[in-house]
Design a protein around this ligand. Structure first.
Ligand code: ZN
Length: 187
């Protein structure tokens, strides 16, 4: 089952009660939690990209409601409510609640690029990463040009694991469009 979390489909802790989370220590020695299959596939994606000289790691994965709330409040204090709403998901609406969403960072000259503005300039690298995603069950959750549908600006670093079968079928659709389409077929 693919979880759809957005402004219209709020996250409920029960949604992930059957998912197994694994612990992962990233490049900053932060301890992250990620759903087991998502993590296993991330490791394969990472190994695949390394052959091409692209080094990636994870800066953020599973976020509890409390964690998202503290991030949102922090942005709100710094930028005000309107700007915060643009930059981060309101608690309950974040794809990170699923445990199957990851934000990746890219290595450049020996250190990882983390700043979103700098990451947005890595178009060529992201193009290569995005082309490989579907074979490992991942999608770009917030694609360019689909802001009206997802409610989020383009985030090339935010990947979502949905499994190879669906990732190979989704093509250029957003998760919102794909699930609506698929549900129409099966019911
Ligand atoms: Zn993200």
């Amino acid at each position: 089952m693919i979880l759809l979390i957005n402004r219209d489909n709020l996250f409920n802790e029960d949604d992930i009660k059957n998912l197994e989370m694994v612990e992962y220590e990233n490049y900053k020695e932060d301890t992250l939690y990620i759903e087991r299959e998502a993590f296993r596939h991330f490791e394969m994606l990472k190994a695949h990209l390394k052959v091409d000289g692209i080094i990636i790691d994870i800066s953020s994965a599973y976020r509890s409601l409390e964690k998202q709330e503290s991030i949102f409040l922090d942005y709100m204090k710094r930028y005000g409510i309107d700007e915060a709403d643009e930059l981060v998901a309101m608690p309950g609406t974040s794809d990170h609640h699923t445990g199957q969403a990851i934000d990746i960072v890219i290595m450049n000259d020996g250190s990882f690029i983390e700043e979103k503005e700098k990451l947005l300039k890595e178009e060529e690298v992201f193009k290569k990463i995005h082309q490989a995603l579907k074979y490992f069950g991942f999608i770009v959750r917030y694609p360019k040009g689909k802001e009206e549908i997802t409610g989020f600006t383009y985030r090339p670093w935010h990947l979502r694991y949905i499994g190879e079968d669906d990732a190979l079928k989704i093509n250029d659709l957003t998760l919102e469009e794909y699930l609506l389409d698929r549900d129409k077929v099966t019911t």
